[in-house]
Structure formats: C-alpha cells, structure tokens
Design a protein around this ligand. Structure first.
Ligand SMILES: [Zn+2]
Length: 337
C-alpha cells in the first residue's frame, strides 16, 4: 500500500508538469497514460496485491488518480485545439436564410401604402359568421356561404376559417375610432381543389379608408399611385364596373400586361390586361352594421391577392411551390427584394 501511494504521488507530479507543444504530443500523452496498455490501467491492476482491509481506500485513491489524469488530458486537448486554429484561414460559411416570396411581395405592397399614411391592421384567421359574412352585407342565401367555398369548424357551425381579410376591416370599424386608414394583410382559406393555379389557402391584402367626404376619386388616385409605384410609370390602368355585396359602386381594376406590354400573351390570355384587384365605395349597410353613420361618413375599400403579383414578378408557374417548403425553391430568393 505504501508503495502504491508513493507511485501515485510520483505519477501525479509527472502529469502535473507535463505540457504539450502540439496535438501529436497530446496523443502521446493519451497513449502513455490512458491507452489500453497505459500506466493508469497498469496501476489499477495493482489492486489485486492490496490487502483486503485496505481495498476500499486504495480503490478510492486509484479512481481519483484516473479522474485526475482524464481531466489533464481534457485540458491538453482543448489547448491543442486552440493552438491548431489557423486564424488566417477564411471562416466557415454560415447558411443564410431568405425571405419567403410571399413575404417579400407583402412587404413591398405595405411599404407603398404606408407612405400614403395607411397603418397595418391584423385580424383572426378563425372567425365568426358575423365578421366574415353578415356584417359585410352578405345575405344568408349568398353562394359564398356555401360549404363548397368555406371551411366551417365542425364543433361550432358559427365559426369558420375566414374567406377574406375583410373581417379585419369590420373589426377596425367596430372600434369606432374615425377616421380609419388601414391595410389588412393576412392568410385566407377557401374550400378549393388544389392545383397549379389555385390553393385552399392564400394571402390577401385589403385597404380601407373611412372619413367625411371620401369619394371614388380618392380611391382611384390612391390606386393609381400604387400601380405606378408597384409596376412602373408606363403601366396603363382601367376600371371595369363590377359587383360585390359590400361595396356600391364596385369595380375591378386591371393593369396593362407587364409581360407583353399589352400586346397579348398566354399570361394575360391574349387580352393585354391583368386583373389585379377589386374595389369600391363601402356599402352604407356595412357602415351601419359596424355602428358608423353612413349619412356622415363615406369610405372606400379594395382587396387583392398577394400570390398572383408574386407569381408574375418572380416568374413562378405553380402556386403550390409557395407552400411546399422546398429549400431549392426558397433559396432562390436569398437576394431578392
Ligand atoms: Zn400579356
């Protein structure tokens, strides 16, 4: 036992004073002390020569010695890693994410309207019948309420996945703080067959302006500004009369095709025009439904999809690519704006 104690003390001294110049010396240290034929193993073998009544103390000592040696090796390895680093080498490339093309398009649209004083408002994606339909002047028999178009929540038939972002407009109007000038971006859901051209969920952005003396001229001027900022000064705009239950009068707005400059191509179906949004003056019934006096206030609203302009801008031919999470697709937008 005396001999064993002396041996451990000597080894400890040797290990303590050891220092490694490079990783090869660290490896030598490991083989000498901790290898399969190393000194730690050998001295552990001495246990069999220790008298039974001292085995417990000896075992403890030997274990401590083993841990001491392992700790030293750990320290040497870390020092060696540090000294092996060549600071003049170029660093490892970090994977850089990219914004999703839908986000890029959404931000682009938002930034144009923010310059005109529009604030951004958001609303719930699970909505009740009133905020998605009734308040918007959609009578009970309206086809948009049909099960084929809307996802209803089974537990409560009054709940549904919103079919447009107009629910956010209703919720803004209900707050009763006038005037209102907001844009409402968000995801919407329709019970549609998924194909290259349509999906069961997509994104919309809607605008709403309510104040005294807001006219259709204000609406047109705002949208003209948007189109020039978005598609360039040479793009032509036309309004076509249309019908929506929540606006009166209502219109669809087209722009001259940005791909063929109005000459006719497959994207514009040879018409030279692309339909980009629907708009109109807010129906007095909608204002009344939200507690706003239609005799005092008027307002306009417009709404557009985000997928379609993104498809056009980035030359994407399948709407499903947006939601497939394929890194090969998403990576292409690393430097896009
Ligand atoms: Zn065209």
């Amino acid at each position: 036992m005396e001999q064993l104690l002396q041996q451990i003390a000597d080894y400890k001294k040797e290990i303590e004073s050891f220092s490694a110049a490079d990783s090869a010396a660290v490896e030598e240290f490991r083989i000498k002390w901790l290898g399969t034929k190393g000194l730690v193993k050998t001295i552990m073998g001495e246990m069999k020569n220790v008298p039974n009544e001292q085995k417990k103390d000896a075992g403890q000592l030997l274990n401590e010695f083993k841990q001491f040696t392992e700790a030293k090796f750990e320290e040497l390895s870390q020092q060696s890693v540090a000294s092996d680093i060549d600071l003049s080498l170029p660093g490892d490339e970090l994977p850089v994410g990219a914004r999703h093309p839908i986000t890029l398009m959404k931000n682009r649209i938002i930034s144009i309207f923010q310059r005109l004083g529009f604030a951004v408002a958001e609303g719930p994606e699970i909505e009740d019948d009133f905020h998605n339909f009734t308040a918007l002047n959609l009578p009970e028999h309206h086809p948009a309420r049909d099960m084929q178009d809307t996802f209803y929540v089974q537990q409560n038939p009054d709940w549904l996945l919103r079919t447009h972002t107009s629910n956010t407009q209703i919720r803004e109007m209900e707050k009763g703080k006038l005037p209102i000038r907001v844009i409402c971006p968000g995801r919407v859901y329709r019970n549609e067959t998924v194909s290259a051209r349509s999906h069961c969920f997509f994104h919309q952005i809607e605008g709403l302006y309510i104040d005294e003396n807001v006219s259709f001229a204000d609406l047109k001027q705002t949208l003209y500004f948007f189109v020039k900022e978005m598609y360039g000064k040479d793009v032509k705009v036309r309004f076509r009369p249309s019908y929506f239950p929540f606006t009166e009068p209502s219109a669809e707005m087209d722009i001259s095709c940005t791909l063929c400059n109005g000459e006719g191509c497959s994207v514009c179906k040879k018409t030279g025009w692309l339909e980009i949004l629907g708009c109109g003056m807010i129906h007095p019934n909608v204002l009344s439904n939200c507690g706003i006096d239609p005799n005092k206030y008027t307002g306009y609203a417009w709404g557009m999809g985000i997928e379609r302009p993104a498809l056009l801008k980035y030359g994407i031919n399948d709407i499903r690519l947006f939601s497939e999470n394929d890194v090969r697709f998403l990576k292409q937008f690393t430097s896009a704006v």
